[in-house]
Design a protein around this ligand. Structure first.
Ligand code: COA
Length: 184
């Protein structure tokens, strides 16, 4: 049977939250855990739109909190599926914070989430293929394979020797000088 194909547009998801007192720490900044919760929901909606299935979070790549988000800010999240594998999907998320009265908007976080589509018994089930359309979507699609290999290696689910696309990035990098007196 031919596998259904979707584009990233099918999964595009936008979610907004207003930072209220109950979301903040004692410095009146948004708590990291609350932001991760919102990011997980936004990314899961995108994955569900692609799969038309219930999805579970399999992993979250490194998330850096580069900029504090203040009480009263609007948090604007956009999520899109970048690539579908067999039962899993990578979702890219951007988080913007906005001070509406001042008209200032900043990119605060970017992250990649991996979701797995499951059936009624909670077993992984196949998802539609993804066909990127724009140059940026193609770039994300191609990078997704390397990112998948990195997270599977770190998660102990793939041997480094099997991560061929990931290893190819480093093949042209000359070995570093670790002799005494150098600063690695
Ligand atoms: C995610 C889960 C469904 C995977 O089940 P499993 O029995 O290990 O299934 P498989 O080994 O067949 O893997 C299924 C897919 O998950 C992917 N996967 C599993 N663990 C992963 C990880 N840590 N990171 C990225 N992808 C992962 C596999 O690569 C595979 O993808 P593919 O089918 O596209 O190739 C299962 O581990 C689970 O239910 N975890 C709990 C999910 C959850 O509760 N999330 C909320 C946490 S708070």
């Amino acid at each position: 049977m031919t596998r259904l194909t979707k584009t990233p547009t099918h999964s595009q998801t936008v979610m907004n939250e207003l930072v209220l007192p109950n979301d903040t720490n004692t410095l009146n900044n948004l708590m990291g855990g609350r932001l991760l919760h919102w990011m997980d929901i936004c990314a899961a909606i995108a994955a569900q739109k692609h799969a038309n299935r219930i999805v579970v979070t399999a992993s979250v790549d490194n998330v850096s909190f580069n900029r504090a988000i203040r009480l009263g800010n609007l948090v604007n999240m956009t999520a899109t599926v970048t690539r579908a594998f067999q039962t899993s999907m990578e979702v890219r998320l951007e988080v913007w914070c906005e001070n509406i009265p001042q008209g200032i908007r900043h990119l605060c976080n970017q992250a990649y989430f991996t979701f797995v589509a499951v059936d009624d018994a909670g077993q992984p089930t196949a998802v539609p293929d993804l066909q990127p359309e724009t140059p940026e979507e193609v770039q994300q699609y191609e990078g997704a394979l390397r990112r998948r290999q990195l997270r599977l290696v770190l998660g102990g689910r793939m041997k480094p020797s099997e991560a061929h696309e990931l290893r190819s990035i480093f093949q042209d990098v000359p070995p570093r000088d670790y002799s005494p007196g150098t600063n690695p």
